[in-house]
Design a binder for this molecule. Structure first.
Ligand SMILES: NC(=O)c1ccc[n+]([C@@H]2O[C@H](COP(=O)([O-])OP(=O)(O)OC[C@H]3O[C@@H](n4cnc5c(N)ncnc54)[C@H](OP(=O)(O)O)[C@@H]3O)[C@@H](O)[C@H]2O)c1
Length: 452
């Protein structure tokens, strides 16, 4: 329907696989592809390429002693399709990411027993889909900018610990929520409490005898029918040379080893050296993925069409990436994904300012009045907010936002009220503290109390 509505169908080549995208001496891109129905290979030259194929295709397999001897089934979560295929089986899921948690929970309905092996030995932070009656990704513009992230993180940590059955033998994460990659799952707490999922530490060895698996704490599970490695993916685009999105060896030489083999893209989109190729969706954030992809697509197409200010110089882009990485490494636990991690709302706001569709609060107040402004600031910061004013604005945006918020608040009246009153109290406290120059002091006292 979308493709028909926007007349995209004539521009799409179906049944076509891209085999190689390579840079030409004149800086254009040669795209080699195969039309599968005719088994015919072709090449075309393009001035600009957008890579929107996703980056979860090359699965990461762990290496454990005895994997080659183990008689049970072993597969990667990439190949997992339906829980019913594992009916009445004893399954060990390896990993503690979203895939591992989702698969483990699904399996509890059919498998005879589910185990989950977590290499750190500790649970990650798991945030339920709804917290205090609100969807987890219900981000509110006002609190997102006013409440410091570590306070927001603590509030969420405390409500998870207080609201869910977490038995004492389970080890909770020790790193603060805001520094880690949290997991979204509502059902796992009940499964852990009921014992339908049992947590094990890292695997030491898989054995052929009785389909045994030994763990690093010396414990052994027997008769395991299936091991599902939910151990993630390498960031990989099989049709592109890696240096295009990692910056290659030069980056390590110039910037040091921390910057080797990581994604090296300006705003997680453009390689500074090749600004006529754009990567869409290569970010990690606590927020929805599709609005980010849409905003990136608006940004890139506006640039290609020459509607907005062109990209900064290569040097400036390099500096900006470096600064982003350094900040990320300070803020978040080190991971291959640290560099592509962004704050959802500020990332959207930054791109929208360049595109010319940022909803400046004063403009919103002037155009739509106080009542709608309140909804805009305190309600859900939906992506429709970037259609209110400026380029590519949409007449229906105001009504859509009102409707969306009305539905959301109906379902979470109690939560939103108590949350708001806390925000008001906090603002008053911040103003009072700051008047006596005590703001910095109180932050350090807070950090001491919470040992951070
Ligand atoms: N419902 C959802 O929203 C949903 C569902 C599925 C996937 N996703 C997204 O899709 C992406 C991929 O998720 P994913 O869960 O497949 O991968 P992931 O987030 O990369 O998680 C991989 C997990 O495997 C563990 N691991 C990696 N190598 C290991 C090894 N050698 N031995 C033992 N454990 C190992 C990691 O442990 P460490 O933490 O110790 O590194 C981590 O817990 C993520 O962005 C995720 O958020 C979202």
């Amino acid at each position: 329907m979308y493709a028909e509505n926007f007349n995209l169908l004539p521009h799409i080549k179906f049944n076509t696989t891209v085999l190689k995208v390579s840079i030409l001496p004149d800086k254009r891109w040669k795209v080699k592809y195969i039309i599968k129905s005719k088994n015919e290979e072709k090449e075309e030259i393009f001035d600009f390429v957008m890579i929107c194929s996703g980056h979860y295709s090359k699965s990461k397999w762990p290496k454990f002693k005895g994997m080659n001897l183990f008689k049970g089934e072993q597969l990667h979560s990439y190949k997992y399709k339906r829980a019913i295929d594992f009916e009445n089986k004893r399954v060990l899921v390896v990993g503690a990411g979203n895939s591992a948690m989702d698969i483990a929970v699904e399996l509890t309905h059919v498998a005879s027993q589910v185990y989950i092996s977590i290499r750190s030995g500790k649970l990650p932070w798991i945030i339920p889909r709804f917290l205090k009656g609100k969807p987890r990704d219900h981000i509110n513009r006002f609190s997102a900018y006013i409440i410091p992230p570590f306070i927001r993180g603590k509030i969420i940590e405390n409500s998870i610990i207080k609201s869910f059955p977490i038995s004492s033998h389970l080890k909770l994460p020790t790193d603060p929520l805001i520094a880690t990659f949290s997991i979204t799952n509502s059902e796992i707490f009940q499964c852990l409490a009921a014992g339908t999922i049992i947590v094990k530490p890292n695997i030491k060895e898989l054995k052929s005898e009785n389909n045994q698996i030994e763990f690093v704490d010396g414990s052994i599970l027997e008769n395991i029918d299936v091991v599902i490695y939910s151990t993630g993916y390498y960031i990989d685009y099989p049709f592109l040379e890696k240096h295009i999105y990692t910056g290659g060896d030069e980056i390590e030489q110039v910037y040091g080893k921390d910057f080797h083999k990581i994604v090296w893209l300006y705003r997680s989109i453009f390689p500074p050296k090749y600004p006529n190729i754009a990567f869409i969706g290569l970010t990690n954030r606590a927020g929805s993925s599709l609005p980010i992809c849409e905003m990136q697509a608006r940004y890139v197409t506006s640039l290609i069409k020459g509607f907005i200010k062109s990209l900064p110089s290569q040097n400036e882009m390099e500096r900006s990436i470096r600064k982003h990485y350094e900040n990320s490494l300070k803020k978040y636990c080190k991971s291959a994904r640290s560099g592509i991690r962004y704050n959802y709302l500020s990332y959207m706001d930054t791109l929208s300012k360049d595109i010319g569709c940022y909803p400046y609060p004063y403009e919103i107040f002037k155009k739509f009045g106080f009542n709608f402004w309140k909804l805009f600031m305190f309600g859900m910061a939906t992506p429709i907010q970037y259609r209110l004013i400026g380029r590519e604005s949409w007449e229906g945006a105001k009504d859509a936002i009102s409707l969306y918020n009305e539905y959301s608040f109906k379902n979470s009246t109690r939560g939103s009220k108590s949350y708001k009153s806390w925000i008001y109290i906090l603002i008053v406290l911040l103003i009072l503290l700051n008047r006596n120059g005590g703001f910095k002091k109180s932050i350090s006292v807070y950090r001491k109390i919470f040992n951070k």
